[in-house]
Each structure stands twice: as structure tokens, then as C-alpha cells.
Ligand binder design. Structure first.
Ligand code: ZN
Length: 294
């Protein structure tokens, strides 16, 4: 399914300064009958990120919408379509919107880690402390320890806490799952990558990442539907992996929920589409394409 002979095996990351090495999975194959895995992921950062970047009050209320309305709209959509998603949740969200997180878990969705308060401290002690605090908060609220993260925590810290996978855009090395190594290969984690093309913030977030108004206009949902559809079709054709990154405060708006629903309905018409949680895909990869040995 996947041509691998022409791909580099280990790519050394020099840009980030984090000392990452990548180990791509050769001869990656899905289970029999599957052509593509689809992970819908929601980053439940709500207003935490907006607050850390000192956004004005009107922007903060957008974040509130995510915790009070958007997440519930998303839950209803995925109930209607009978698909499970992965909810990347900062530890502090367990204090702010415990009912929503508990309800997501009750409806069968995966609850995964998205840092403590939407940042990873540089100080090593504090960095580990934040990871432990967030892990504990999710475990306490849901009764299950998270096995996945979307964060920039050190891989050694993630290994120490028993995390199985990361799902990051920034360590963007392939369009199927791959391994990321750090500390000269002493620490290693599976990455389930996504791309800006499948990140809702790129289309619907006004003034995203400090962009000027002229540089970041709200996109027409119809246009976004077209982009996502053509991206999915191409990934499907190539037998790759489709990870859609959404945010309850962004995609939880009704007109954007409609885009997701149309996309899902289209996908369901294609044979061999595996709608799974990140945990399900990660366990499949770890079992069938184990991490490189040190
Ligand atoms: Zn986030």
C-alpha cells in the first residue's frame, strides 16, 4: 500500500533544537480491508490558550463558548454519526468543564492529555510536574489514565508517565504514523501526525497566532468543506492517514459542525475507511510496527 523505498528512514531534526530524530515506519500497512485510518481529534483548550496569549475579552468569550456549547454540539454530531473521537484535554479543563469531559468519556470518546494549562514549562522540574498534574487530573475525573498526548513535553517525561503516543503537527515528518526519538535515541514515542490543512484554526480563527486581520480572514465553510474533501480523497487514494484537528470553540459552531457532518457522510460512502480513536490506531501501530530498539 505504501511505497517506502524512496523515503528517508531517519531524519534528524535540526530546526527545533529539541534534538529530535525521526524513525519512519517501513512497509506500513493497515489491517486487511482498511485503506485509511481517520482520527477526529478535538483540542479542548477553550479559553486557556487565548488567556495565555493575552487575547482581548471578546476572544476569551469565544473560548467560553467551546466549553459551554461547542463541545456539546460536537458530542451530538458524533453520536448521530456513531463515531468516536479523541479529546485532547488540558488538566485545568477538568476544573473548568468537568461535566463535558465526563460526558465525552461516558459516550465512548477517548480522553487524552493536552498539557496542564496549555503550555509546557522550560524548567525541567516544573515540566514534569505539569505533566503529572495533568495526567492525574484526567485520571481522577475519568477513572482511566490517559495514554495519548498532544503536547511538547519531553519524550523522556512522556515515557516515564507511560504515554503511548503523541499527536503533533510540529514534528511533521510523514503522512502516516512514525516514531520520534530524543536523548540520542534513549526516549521514543509514536507520533500520529496532522497537517495545517486539517486544522480548523487555520480557517476559522480570527487573528490566529498574532496574525493581522488582513492576514487571517474567516473562511467560508463551503470552501473549507471543499479543501477537506479533496485532502481526504487524496489521502484515501494514497492509503495514508487522516487526522482532523478541531477545537470545540472553533468547530463547535453550528455552521462548522455541518461541514464536519457532510465530510463524515461522504467518507462513510467509501469502502475501507477506519474511523477510530487515536488510542486504537496507536495500539495497532505499536503492536504491528514496534518502536525501534535502542
Ligand atoms: Zn491547544
Amino acid at each position: 500500500m505504501m511505497p517506502s523505498s524512496s523515503r528517508a528512514d531517519d531524519v534528524v531534526e535540526k530546526i527545533s533544537g529539541e534534538g529530535y530524530h525521526y524513525h519512519l515506519i517501513k512497509n506500513f500497512k493497515y489491517p486487511k480491508g482498511i485503506r485509511i485510518a481517520v482520527n477526529f481529534t478535538f483540542d479542548f483548550d477553550s479559553m486557556l490558550k487565548l488567556r495565555l496569549s493575552n487575547e482581548p475579552i471578546m476572544e476569551l468569550t469565544e473560548g467560553e463558548f467551546g466549553g459551554r456549547v461547542g463541545i456539546w454540539n460536537a458530542l451530538d454530531l458524533f453520536d448521530r454519526q456513531n463515531i468516536k473521537f479523541t479529546l485532547f484535554t488540558p488538566g485545568r479543563i477538568c476544573e473548568l468543564y468537568p461535566d463535558a469531559v465526563r460526558e465525552a468519556q461516558k459516550r465512548g470518546h477517548e480522553i487524552a492529555n493536552h498539557t496542564w494549562e496549555h503550555r509546557v514549562p522550560k524548567e525541567p522540574e516544573l515540566e514534569r510536574d505539569h505533566l503529572r498534574k495533568a495526567t492525574d487530573a484526567l485520571e481522577k475525573l475519568c477513572g482511566k489514565k490517559p495514554v495519548g498526548t498532544r503536547s511538547n513535553h519531553k519524550i523522556s517525561s512522556l515515557n516515564a508517565e507511560g504515554y503511548l503516543y503523541d499527536s503533533q503537527r510540529f514534528k511533521d515528518s510523514d503522512e502516516i504514523p512514525y516514531y520520534v526519538l530524543q536523548d540520542g535515541g534513549q526516549s521514543c514515542i509514536l507520533n500520529l501526525p496532522f497537517h495545517l490543512v486539517t486544522d480548523d484554526a487555520m480557517y476559522f480563527r480570527f487573528g490566529w497566532q498574532g496574525a493581522t486581520n488582513a492576514g487571517n480572514r474567516l473562511a467560508d465553510p463551503e470552501h473549507v468543506y471543499q479543501i477537506l474533501t479533496s485532502a481526504f480523497r487524496q489521502y484515501y487514494k494514497m492509503g495514508k492517514y487522516f487526522n482532523v484537528c478541531c477545537h470545540p470553540y472553533i468547530s463547535g459552531r453550528s455552521m462548522r459542525i455541518a461541514v464536519l457532518e457532510r465530510l463524515i457522510v461522504d467518507m462513510k460512502k467509501m469502502p475501507g475507511v477506519w474511523f477510530c480513536t487515536c488510542e486504537e490506531l496507536a495500539r495497532y501501530c505499536l503492536e504491528n510496527f514496534p518502536a525501534p530498539t535502542k
